[in-house]
Every structure is written in C-alpha cells, then in structure tokens.
Design a protein around this ligand. Sequence first.
Ligand code: ADP
Ligand code: MG
Length: 227
Amino acid sequence: AEEQIRRQDKLAAVGQMAAGIAHEIRNPLTSMKGYAEFLQLDEEDEERREYLSIILDEVERINEIVEDFLVLAKPKAVQLTKQNIIPIIHEVLTLMEMQAEHKGVELHFVCEQTQVIAQCDRTRLKQVLLNLVKNGLEAMPNGGDLYVRVQEAETICISIQDTGIGMTAEQLQHIGDPFFTTKKNGNGLGLMVSFKIIENHHGRITVTSERGKGTTFQIILPLERSK
Ligand code: ADP
Ligand code: MG
C-alpha cells in the first residue's frame, strides 16, 4: 500500500508540473497567434497569406494539445452547475458545420425536448462533444451522416453516431489509451481526455462500432432531479 501511495504522489507531482508547463506555453502562443493574425490582415501576397494560415493552424493544434494536458493534469478542474445541454450541442454543431459540409457529411440533431438539464461544466462538455463529433467526421472521408441524439430517461444519454469506417476489435480495445491514434495527424489524446471529463461528471462513455458500418459513442450522465 505504501508503494502505491508513493506512486500516486509521484503522479500528482508530474500532473502539477504538466499543468504548470501547459499554462506557461499558453501565453507565448497567444501572442504568436495575435501577431500572425495581424500580419495576415494586410498581406497581399497569396502565398504568404497561405503560410500565415499554416502557422495559425499549427498554433491552434498546440493550443488543443495544451488544453488536453490541462484537463488531465487537473482532474478536479470541472465545475459542475445546472445547465441546459441542448444549446451546448447546438453550439458544437454550428462550429462543425463548415467542416462537415466540406467533407460531404450531413449533420442531424434529434431531440424531442427543448430543455434537458444536467449537472455539467459547459466548457468541458463542449470539449468532449467537439472531440467526438470531430472523430466522427474524420471517420467519414467519403461523406455520410452524423447523428446527435439526446434522450432523457433514468439517465441522460447523448449519442453521437457516424456512418464511417468503424473500428476493429483491436482498435476498440485501445481507444482512450494515451497517444493511441490511427491517424496521420492524430495525437491520440482526445478520447482519453473525454473519458476523464465525463468521469468527473459522474457519468460514463460507451462505444459500439462495426467495421465499414460506423461508430456510436454514448455519453451517459446522471439525471439532475429537481429537489
Ligand atoms: P485522434 O483523433 O487524435 O486519433 P482520439 O483519442 O480522438 O485521437 O481517437 C483515437 C483513435 O480512436 C482514432 O485514431 C481512431 O482510430 C479511433 N476512433 C475514434 N473515434 C472514431 C470514430 N468515430 N470512428 C472510427 N474510429 C474512431
Ligand atoms: Mg480525435
């Protein structure tokens, strides 16, 4: 037992360090982004504008990785409050509209209620939904359909279903492992972070997938009962 405690202390120390570094990386990134955007404003050369776009995209990528690390390093970083999750889902789908259209993917939102109240951290839940919707789009290189459904019964269930490439049993076993990715430009952090965030919401995520048919992720959250 002593050995285990020491291991946890060490993990906590590493986590704190990661959070500290992640925090420090954010400030210079913000100014890099600001200046690159500024230069892009009156850049007339097409090619140079393109280079600046690449810089901005890459800065954004680092930002996402840093954000993910902050969540992992500070597991108690969620702040749960009563929220209607429907507008949160709308926001996420609006954010992804362009990318979906570009890929020939149709987005569908299915929910009978206009209000579903859950105890959640708005920013973090949004991060999870973005991760899952992004993964869904990335699984449909030749287009398809992405369904987001919300059902309220004994629990709240948000499902994200794609008609994409699906996963093998082997892949299914490894999702959520740190750095597990099958993508050329993936980092394999998205699902690990998403699982962690939903765990901090006292919920869970389940997955079913069939090769060549598609994948469904379900986010299960406890019902917020009115007291
Ligand atoms: P990344 O997207 O950077 O690869 P994730 O943690 O988000 O990292 O996903 C890990 C892996 O899980 C992906 O590389 C892919 O192999 C698999 N995966 C996740 N979502 C899906 C999906 N909707 N369809 C097929 N495979 C998926
Ligand atoms: Mg991903």
